[in-house]
Write a protein that binds this ligand. Structure first.
Ligand SMILES: NC(=O)c1ccc[n+]([C@@H]2O[C@H](COP(=O)([O-])OP(=O)(O)OC[C@H]3O[C@@H](n4cnc5c(N)ncnc54)[C@H](O)[C@@H]3O)[C@@H](O)[C@H]2O)c1
Length: 428
């Protein structure tokens, strides 16, 4: 647990959850901020937290209640921005840390947003389509007071998708009396979505993963890739690495673990997951029964792209890979970070590695405001440039200051956020 912090009464001080990892990451940046460090406390508490009750009528006539959240961590640099997660294990601590990581990420890649995140504590697989729509609309109405195209702009995250964003956009628009496409990103193309958004996070993971490989002299041709999570982020990243000549040798999702040293066909697996909902019973690979075995498989690039807190002091010592590219948010705890650094494993942190999604979300938002839409080539080229620049500047700081890429990214990001804080001054 992070020590020496004022813990808010609304968190369990005995078990801070992912917020503890975030506080520890912030502690590590403090010595590098010079006079700006007097503003650092501002990053240790979210600006605004909204907890809502989301009641819906189920198809069988019963009334169900779900816990919903929207957290705006910091808005010094612009409106809040961050996804909405539907998952049975969502907690306030989790949404707070995801919102904080968005503040850091947006500042790292220099898009003009603060950080926010939302979630509902629900397993959406247990709901019918009608129930999912009613829950999404009620949740949107409940958080309506704090979101908006210039206030806070949600996007997809775990278990939410383009359809959920369409319902959110429609609900917000109905409540405000005008079609407001810019209130969410990750929308369907026909509703003001952006070309390239669906693949953007996975593409960004691939771009910075390739940069990292170049830095350590790893040839992508024949490189062994292991991926945890085969959804929007992990599935697309795996496909792009395969297209660049790498071999996807191991995949794990919530339904099972696959291993195939000769390479799993990512295209066929994507199609299988689309059809069946998970990697389980895919025929082109061996199924491993032991979930933990995944972390012991030797690879060249390991991509955690599922949930936070997956690489911990318990399994970090087992990991045999050269680069960890964090597709997921917060997959590595600070202690595990230290273990990986000691073993010489390069970790490309989430706030750089998975920033492709929010970058193209930013493009989508800009396109919605100007009602002028760009080509996919233009979007991918701009995305690649931003990701390469972010990687290069973080790499440079990490070399100059002999710190991990995570701490380097936090130095870049916290400097930007706290400079904005200082220039704006405290209100009133
Ligand atoms: N979608 C985006 O644009 C985006 C952007 C930045 C970061 N992220 C982060 O990437 C991660 C994945 O998001 P996504 O959008 O791909 O979600 P998704 O819902 O499309 O996929 C999630 C994947 O994680 C797997 N998973 C869930 N629980 C698991 C478990 N216990 N063990 C192994 N696998 C498990 C699921 O089976 C699925 O394959 C999250 O951390 C999310 O916050 C997403």
């Amino acid at each position: 647990m992070a020590s020496g912090h004022a813990i808010p009464s609304y968190l369990n001080s005995e078990d801070l959850g992912p917020w503890a990892s975030y506080l520890e990451q912030i502690d590590r940046v403090a010595p590098h901020l010079g006079s700006l460090s007097r503003w650092l406390e501002t990053l240790k508490r979210p600006k605004r937290i909204l907890v809502v009750d989301v009641p819906i009528e189920l198809d069988n006539g019963a009334i169900a209640h779900f816990e919903g959240y929207r957290v705006q961590h910091n808005v010094s640099r612009g409106p809040g921005k961050g996804g909405v997660r539907y998952h049975q294990d969502v907690t306030l601590s989790e949404v707070m840390s995801l919102a904080a990581w968005m503040s850091i990420k947006n500042a790292t890649v220099n898009v003009p947003y603060g950080g926010a995140k939302g979630g509902i504590r629900v397993d959406p697989r247990t709901l019918s389509r009608g129930e999912l729509e009613r829950m999404t609309r009620r949740y949107t109405s409940e958080i309506n007071v704090i979101i908006g195209p210039n206030k806070d702009i949600p996007a997809p995250d775990v278990n939410t998708n383009e359809q959920v964003m369409a319902w959110m956009m429609d609900t917000y628009s109905m409540n405000t009396g005008q079609t407001a496409t810019g209130v969410v990103t990750g929308k369907p193309i026909t509703l003001g979505g952006s070309l390239g958004r669906r693949d953007a996070t996975g593409r960004g993971v691939f771009v910075v993963g390739s940069q990292a490989a170049e830095k350590i002299g790893l040839d992508l041709k024949g490189a062994r890739i292991a991926v945890q999570g085969f959804g929007n982020v992990g599935g697309i990243a795996a496909r792009l690495f395969q297209e660049a000549g790498a071999k996807v040798i191991a995949v794990q999702d919530h339904t099972g673990t696959l291993y195939q040293p000769g390479g799993i066909d990512a295209h066929a697996l994507l199609e299988h997951v689309q059809r069946t909902g998970g990697v389980k019973s895919f025929e082109g690979a061996e199924a491993l029964d032991d979930h933990d075995q995944f972390w012991k498989i030797e690879s060249d690039i390991l991509i955690p792209a599922a949930l936070e807190g997956q690489i911990t002091e318990r399994n970090a010592g087992d990991i045999r890979t050269r680069i960890v590219v964090e597709g997921a948010n917060g997959p590595t705890t600070p202690k595990a970070d230290d273990i990986l650094r000691e073993s010489g494993t390069l970790v490309v942190p989430d706030v750089v590695a998975n920033a492709g999604g929010v970058t193209v979300s930013y493009f989508e938002w800009v396109q919605d405001f100007s009602s002028f839409f760009w080509s996919e080539e233009e979007i991918n080229a701009r995305l690649e440039r931003i990701m390469r620049d972010a990687f290069a500047s973080v790499w440079q700081v990490s070399q100059e200051k002999s710190v991990s890429m995570r701490t380097a990214a936090y130095i870049v990001a916290c400097t930007r956020i706290l400079q904005a804080r200082e220039l704006r001054g405290l209100y009133p």
